[in-house]
Design a protein around this ligand. Sequence first.
Ligand code: COA
Length: 147
Amino acid sequence: MKIELFTMRYYHDIINLWKRSGIEVSSSDTQDEIAKILKRNPDLFLIGKEGENVVAVGIGAFDGRRGYVHHLAIDPDYQKKKYGKMMMDDLIERFRKKKVHKVHLFIEKHNEEVVDFYKKLGWDIRDDLIMMSFVPDKSLYKRDVEI
Ligand SMILES: CC(C)(COP(=O)(O)OP(=O)(O)OC[C@H]1O[C@@H](n2cnc3c(N)ncnc32)[C@H](O)[C@@H]1OP(=O)(O)O)[C@@H](O)C(=O)NCCC(=O)NCCS
């Protein structure tokens, strides 16, 4: 697998990949929203390709204080070949070069089994935190949208 920076030309490929690998796409994954996060973090938004096929994706983001990893996914046909580790190693190296102090990611409870994947890569579960969210404009945010 060859890791490259994501460009909008691959937008439909990553949407299909997320759907195929069980990641729910939301109103934050429309073409406009993905273009927004790409513009803010062009060097942290990665895809992995086998030939012309996009088989891996991971969005890295840095808000100036903390780093984040969103929507990491490996095509189900290519899982358990260390591609997930390759994507994460590449992203972490990029965070390290930017001198990011700490990186967070969120795992939905129904997907708890992937905790072991991240633990093997050295990530720790935070049991001292409660995650809370707020939607500033209810007309904007929608879960599970048709894209
Ligand atoms: C989670 C995911 C990214 C892992 O990618 P992958 O390419 O299959 O994982 P790798 O082959 O790099 O695995 C690295 C190590 O983690 C282990 N591992 C991978 N997935 C695992 C799982 N679901 N449970 C336990 N261990 C797992 C591997 O066995 C391997 O261990 P080893 O080093 O001892 O051999 C992939 O399964 C995926 O895309 N899942 C669906 C989408 C998803 O849930 N993304 C995470 C959102 S938070």
